[in-house]
Design a protein around this ligand. Sequence first.
Ligand code: AMP
Length: 128
Amino acid sequence: MTLGHGDGGTRGAGYNADCIFCRIAAGELPADVVASDERFVAFSDVHPVAPVHVLIVPRAHVVSLDETDGLPDDTRAAMLPFVAAVARKTGVARSGYRVIANTGPDSGQEVMHLHWHLLGGRRLGGMA
Ligand code: AMP
């Protein structure tokens, strides 16, 4: 997979002007974009908890993993390959990484636009 870099913007399906990740994906809010293609944007988390802490979002607005029925089949199919490609691009594929999608209240999800946290660059310790 070839990833673009930092092109910012197109508004995805279901674009919501009140959603910060919709606005980042559209290039309307600044972000440190590390990879993008026509379906997804990956950008650095503003409060990193690891040397590599990237958020990966679909351009289309869905709230969480619980709503991926609202995404086109090709976007669902491309999601995890894109995450893996970002891991390679950010240099953590060999050293290892963790992928998290906080989903719903018990997870502490704060931003209501589906996103994957890609964490790596140090030993991440326990939990899962
Ligand atoms: P979650 O708890 O899974 O919803 O995580 C949301 C994440 O988004 C947090 O780790 C925040 O630090 C991050 N975040 C919030 N606003 C921004 C932003 N404008 N740019 C980059 N990361 C952000």
